[in-house]
Design a protein around this ligand. Structure first.
Ligand SMILES: NC(=O)c1ccc[n+]([C@@H]2O[C@H](COP(=O)([O-])OP(=O)(O)OC[C@H]3O[C@@H](n4cnc5c(N)ncnc54)[C@H](OP(=O)(O)O)[C@@H]3O)[C@@H](O)[C@H]2O)c1
Length: 346
């Protein structure tokens, strides 16, 4: 019989941490041993999240490096800066880390410092960390001690552009990603912009001059293209709770290419990427609560612009679901364990 894997979750009161609880509650090999919150220490998780009643009887505790070191895997669902402060001690004790923040996504510590405005605490671990997008790095994730789980926008954008860049059928210097996210992308912490009256009945762009997700998209897609890429990435906030769409535009350099065939063959066998039939459009509600990225590829008017529509649930394939997918690879579980459920719609 397969052994039980004891895991810790740091940041179990946030939106991605509570989503990890929801998903891991159904994982046959996982026992959550440590669940942290500084503000809710001593309180039961199902008192905060009644949807977990009957699935999770754990209480929060303040983060304790000793307790976390006794786990086999620790998920960090915390703001950037937290995972890297504890990572060396935990990895040194043989714990595998999956960090949902940006601490282990960017290979170059100088790039990290530029975008996150503080020095990286453990560049040596950064060097060995693997970017947790299985559709690019599946085999490295299997062997990783530290996984930097991708951001939500980078997941939606990268999966839309990957087949085009690998096949070298677009001008890689003039890519455009026009993206929209639901408000849960900003986390559960109290912020003016996330309040109902501020976010409802409104559409707004943000980070147009430069958003922190840009460097990780550029890092990964430049490696795929084996050359620098040029990307205009424009995020928007829309008044919904979960879900995001990346609408990606690129100029075709090989107009004869069979785009539908290219996408279907690139993602054949991928358990969590669904290429829709030609002529259709995905909706965010079709992925709500599921780990699927649903894509459609178009060539409006038969011209030389390719448009890829890519939808994910920001909290699942964009965060906690992808983290569980990486965990499954790292611990030799079937990749779909705890993730093989259809979306919740309407
Ligand atoms: N929301 C998304 O859609 C999304 C998608 C992809 C990636 N991410 C990334 O995932 C991470 C978590 O996001 P979230 O939306 O779940 O955030 P959140 O809702 O604000 O939750 C943050 C959690 O971290 C804990 N925390 C905060 N500071 C901490 C510290 N210094 N030490 C230990 N614990 C700390 C908080 O609990 P206490 O303060 O009680 O300890 C809370 O449980 C972020 O890095 C975010 O960028 C989020």
């Amino acid at each position: 019989m397969d052994s039980v894997i004891e895991v810790g979750i740091v940041g179990g009161t946030g939106y991605t941490g509570s989503e990890l609880l929801r998903l891991l509650a159904r994982h046959p090999r996982v026992r959550i041993k440590v669940l942290t919150s500084r503000q809710e220490a001593g309180r039961r998780a199902d008192a905060l999240f009644p949807q977990l009643r009957g699935f999770c009887d754990l209480s929060y505790s303040a983060p304790d490096p000793e307790a976390l070191a006794a786990c086999q895997a620790v998920f960090f669902a915390t703001p950037h800066g937290t995972a890297m402060s504890l990572a060396p001690a935990l990895v040194g004790r043989g714990v595998k880390l999956i960090d949902l923040s940006a601490d282990f996504r960017l290979k170059d510590p100088a790039v990290y410092q530029h975008w996150y405005q503080h020095e990286h605490a453990c560049p040596e671990l950064l060097a060995e960390a693997v970017y947790g997008l299985p559709e690019i790095h599946r085999n490295e994730i299997r062997r990783a001690r530290v996984v930097g789980n991708p951001g939500c926008y980078p997941t939606a954008v990268s999966l839309a552009l990957l087949p085009l860049l690998e096949a070298e059928v677009v001008d890689r210097r003039s890519l455009i990603a026009d993206c929209k996210s639901g408000v849960s992308g900003a986390g559960r912490e109290l912020k003016l912009g996330s309040m109902y009256v501020e976010a409802a009945d409104n559409l707004k762009s943000y980070g147009v001059a430069g958003h922190r997700h840009l460097p990780e998209i550029v890092q990964e897609l430049s490696a795929v293209a084996d050359a620098d890429i040029g990307l205009s990435f424009i995020p928007h906030l829309i008044p919904m709770i979960r879900g995001m769409q990346a609408t990606v535009y690129a100029r075709l350099s090989r107009p004869d290419v069979d785009l539908q065939g290219l996408f279907e063959s690139r993602y054949r066998g991928e358990p969590f990427v669904d290429v829709l039939p030609a002529g259709t459009e995905p909706e965010t509600r079709s992925v709500r609560g599921s780990n699927v990225c649903r894509l459609a590829v178009h060539r409006p008017g038969g011209g030389d612009t390719v448009v890829v529509l890519s939808v994910i649930d920001n909290l699942v394939k964009g965060a906690a679901g992808q983290a569980v997918q990486c965990f499954n690879l790292m611990f030799d579980c079937d990749e779909q364990t705890a993730l093989d459920v259809p979306a919740l719609a309407p």
